[in-house]
Design a protein around this ligand. Structure first.
Ligand code: MD3
Ligand code: FE
Length: 202
């Protein structure tokens, strides 16, 4: 059923994780994290976000889920996706074009992400690639219908997940963060990088 799910535990060693974290810190200095607002309700998401790449994922009260090319607060274009992050995509995606979006999700110990599908893109034949840094998370993934049975995976710092095939449109979410499970981030919490192709390559 989830034929396109590839779990690559400990894909990044400690040195690679530290290097990637340095890249992420530089990105966040350029494009500060913000709390996106859920469509209609305007309820702020618990997870703080930022983006790199030509297109950044965003939501607010009026506009709904979408991709935008500039930071909602600074008005500047999103910073480019760092080469080290692109090389993970090139090594694992099996897709012949680079991603357009690197969504950076920042979780504190109490943050969760409800079960959802990623379907704001035009290109679904490209996989989504996820890189976890910092505290472990309990990740849950089901099928293409919200009520399909789910299974859980623990995502630890350095793990990479590739979601292609039927997994690309599977419902998924983060049930909890295991505070104190990693020493990569002195401030604690978890960083997830999600790489996505948004438009159809021309
Ligand atoms: C399965 N992020 O940003 S990463 C998201 O840990 C998101 O921050 C979670 O879901 C996080 O949309 C989960 C793993 C992941 C990412 C994208 C997927 C799983 C996915 C897209 C389709 C199916
Ligand atoms: Fe998602």
């Amino acid at each position: 059923m989830l034929d396109g799910l590839r779990y690559l535990p400990e894909y990044l060693d400690a040195t690679a994780q530290a290097a990637l974290l340095g890249d992420v810190r530089a990105l966040l200095a350029e494009a500060p994290p913000y709390r996106a607002l859920m469509p209609k309700t305007g309820q702020p998401m618990r997870v703080r976000m930022s983006n790199a790449g030509a297109l950044g994922w965003y939501t607010d009260c009026d506009g709904g889920y979408r991709y935008i090319s500039t930071h909602p607060e600074t008005g500047r274009p999103w910073p480019a996706i760092p080469e080290r992050i692109l090389s993970v995509w090139r090594a694992v995606s099996g897709y012949g074009h680079d991603p357009e979006c690197c969504l950076i999700n920042l979780y504190d110990a109490a943050a969760r992400m409800g079960l959802h599908q990623d379907r704001d893109e035009q290109e679904f034949s490209a996989p989504v690639v996820s890189i976890s840094l910092g505290d472990s998370a309990l990740f849950r993934i089901g099928g293409q219908n919200r009520r399909d049975p789910t299974r859980s995976l623990k995502l630890a710092s350095g793990d990479v997940l590739v979601l292609g095939g039927s997994a690309r449109l599977a419902f998924h979410g983060i049930d909890r963060i295991h505070a104190g499970s990693s020493r990569l981030l002195p401030e604690g919490g978890r960083i997830n990088l999600t790489l996505r192709r948004v438009t159809l390559p021309r």
